[in-house]
Design a protein around this ligand. Structure first.
Ligand SMILES: Cc1ncc(COP(=O)(O)O)c(C=O)c1O
Length: 103
């Protein structure tokens, strides 16, 4: 996954990486990441003590046969204290952002 390459490249360049933000479904492609893909990222971040912000603002914008699984439905998040969830109702006409730490 691109985020792996970017993280390892940044770390190898001596940059300090504190965390990653993943938009799932992705913006602007609309791609929906599988639970396995998200778990790979969560495990990598847990291993390196990185925060993860899961931005699921487009969770209601999934079309066709694609299955979207929210990180909130994962019972086995590797590092819940560094895993954050972001959602907003702005895409349905209101202005409010919810950011929370899981557990
Ligand atoms: C992926 C993503 N996350 C978060 C936001 C922020 O949404 P807002 O500030 O409109 O609530 C946007 C806005 O376009 C977005 O595309």
């Amino acid at each position: 996954m691109f985020i792996f390459r970017l993280c390892y490249h940044s770390i190898s360049q001596g940059k300090i990486v504190r965390g990653v933000v993943i938009s799932n479904p992705d913006n602007p492609t609309g791609r929906v990441y599988t639970k396995a893909e998200i778990m790979d990222v969560l495990e990598m971040c847990a291993k390196h003590q990185l925060h993860v912000v899961m931005d699921e603002i487009y969770a209601l914008s999934v079309f066709g046969d694609v299955v979207f699984e929210s990180v909130l439905s994962f019972p086995d998040i590797p590092d819940p204290k560094r895993t954050h969830f972001l959602w907003s109702v702005s895409k349905v006409g209101f202005s409010l952002v919810l950011v929370d730490i899981i557990n």
